[in-house]
Design a protein around this ligand. Structure first.
Ligand code: ATP
Length: 257
């Protein structure tokens, strides 16, 4: 297992490449997330944003390149993959809760199996995190009885219960009814304020502008532009970023042909 100095970024992505068959989806991505930073990844559909996140926590095996989390190279073939993936929490668009388990059991099952916590400790950690996201009163119910926003908050609490060093969010509000989006973004803002290191794929430009320290604009499997959130979103330098943002910020806008 290779290590780097303690001053290293929380997440370091170096030359990450990934293909699916003949389709080259990530063409050598370099990116860093400093400890406590929120980095938002924006870009058009199919640009490789989800694949990037899935490679960071090794849900997909990159073809080439490195992912280093707090000094531990997750892509090192000799690394303990389960221990490595535990460092990285992930929240998905579709919540991915176990439908046959109560909210509490959703939060405790991995703590008990993977972290070997006893029932009392796992329950205590679960309740602490359910409190944090505002759904502790739902501990005994099944996911189907919850709104999408509540399910997503449970999914966030579940990820937090594993004590991740970094949280990845893959379009966490895209599957929600519009009136529930704000609740989940509010929870994410709170986590950011508390200093959680976060890498977030999102189409929520207001969230990115207000909460992110840095924004990466991806297109065609490369990072086209990156910089402080306010600059990339309000004053993009690259023509492709400008075109994308015009479409996202004003869906009625038509580019001249
Ligand atoms: N498991 C897979 N097998 C084959 N192709 C895949 C797989 N996962 C992703 N792709 C393809 O890789 C490309 C990038 O997909 P990805 O989901 O990373 O894009 P994205 O930028 O997150 O898009 P969106 O905003 O629509 O979610 C797409 O063409 C997609 O069809």
């Amino acid at each position: 297992m290779s290590t780097v100095s303690p001053a290293a970024p929380a997440v370091e992505i170096v030359g990450l490449r990934k293909s699916f068959g003949d389709l080259l989806v990530l063409k050598g991505i370099d990116a860093t997330v400093e400890p406590g930073e929120v980095v938002c990844v924006i870009g058009p559909s199919g640009s490789g944003k989800s694949t990037l996140l899935r490679c960071v926590n090794l849900l997909e095996q990159p073809d080439d390149g490195k992912v280093i989390v707090n000094g531990v190279e997750l892509t090192d073939p000799d690394v303990d993959i389960d221990a490595a993936r535990r460092r990285v929490g992930m929240v998905f668009q579709q919540f991915n809760l176990f439908p046959h388990l109560t909210v509490l059991d959703n939060l405790t099952i991995a703590q008990r199996k993977v972290l070997r916590r006893g029932k009392a400790e796992a329950d205590a950690v679960a309740f602490e995190n359910l409190e944090k996201v505002g759904v502790a009163d739902k501990a005994r119910v099944f996911p189907a009885k919850l709104s999408g926003g509540q399910q997503q908050r449970v999914a966030i609490a579940r990820a937090l219960s594993m004590n991740p060093q970094v949280m990845l969010f893959d379009e966490p509000t895209s599957a929600l009814d519009p009136e529930l989006v704000g609740d989940v973004l509010g929870v994410m803002r709170k986590l950011a304020d508390e200093g959680m290191t976060m890498l977030v794929v999102t189409h929520e430009m207001q969230f990115a502008r207000e909460v992110a320290d840095k924004v990466l604009f991806m297109d065609g499997g490369v990072v086209v532009e990156e910089g402080p959130a306010a600059q990339v979103i309000s004053d993009p330098r690259h023509e492709r970023t400008k075109t994308f943002l015009r479409r996202v910020l004003d869906p009625t806008h038509q580019d001249p042909t």
